[in-house]
Design a protein. Structure first.
Length: 98
């Protein structure tokens, strides 16, 4: 992947360049795909979704973001960005650290 993907969700800005996922906002975070676990849950009965991002085998250092149905709807491109991140993670499985 050579093109950066960006989207805004509430006060968070997500950016993914194919290797690094960055989240800018009140609690900024940066993750390399080789050390990244991603889980998206929901929607629950009220439409809320949760995005859990962790540092793979390392304990701590992850982030959990919860978004209302309205925030998710207005976050054009977030689902596609997260799918691209997951595809990049899956493509690195079985490969050693960089």
């Amino acid at each position: 992947m050579s093109d950066e993907i960006m989207t805004t969700v509430g006060t968070d800005i997500y950016s993914f360049d194919g290797r690094i996922l960055e989240i800018f906002g009140i609690f900024p975070a940066r993750f390399h795909i080789r050390h990244l676990d991603l889980r998206v849950t929901g929607p629950d009965r009220k439409g809320k979704r949760t995005v859990e991002i962790g540092h793979g085998r390392v304990q701590g250092g992850g982030t959990i973001r919860s978004y209302t149905a309205a925030e998710w709807e207005q976050a054009h491109g977030l689902a596609a960005l997260l799918e691209a991140v997951q595809a990049a993670i899956d493509s690195t499985l079985g490969h050693g650290p960089v």
